[in-house]
Design a protein around this ligand. Structure first.
Ligand SMILES: [Zn+2]
Length: 144
């Protein structure tokens, strides 16, 4: 795994690398057996009593369910010092959890994208903060 020291998440409680793998922080509702992301999204299903909701880490790897390629910069409030245009936005499916999460596709040849290919969760550096930390958001890349 890449060196995650000196990295800090742009928004807390979305991505985790404390296990040695980069994984999304999701939640599972045991009342209706639904996973949701971000885990603060308690309104995940109309009428659900939302009891026994637990924090879970999604697997590091999922499958590319759909994608698009953007040729213009990410609109605010997204902030990055890097020129990432054009970039892909992927919809990644975690089959066992029955959840799909969108994210920027990074470190991947966009011409190589194919529906169904294996993708892994990673981080995308956005900017350096005043504490000289690398501020990151979650992203996905093709499994090498
Ligand atoms: Zn529920």
């Amino acid at each position: 795994m890449e060196n995650m020291q000196n990295k800090v998440a742009r928004v807390p409680n979305l991505v985790d690398w404390s296990t040695g793998e980069i994984r999304l922080l999701s939640a599972k509702c045991n009342s209706c057996n639904t996973y949701f992301f971000p885990k603060e999204h308690y309104q995940h299903r109309p009428g659900c009593s939302r009891e026994r909701v637990e924090d879970v880490l999604l697997p590091a790897k999922g499958k590319l369910a759909s994608y698009t390629i953007q040729y213009y910069p990410c609109p605010p409030p997204f902030k990055t010092e890097k020129k990432i245009t054009p970039y892909g936005i992927g919809l990644i499916e975690f089959e066992e959890e029955n959840i799909q999460v969108t994210g920027i596709i990074t470190d991947t040849d966009l011409k190589s994208l194919e529906i169904g290919m294996e993708m892994e969760t990673t981080t995308l550096s956005m900017y350096t903060n005043e504490e000289k930390q690398d501020v990151v958001t979650w992203a996905f890349r093709a499994v090498q």
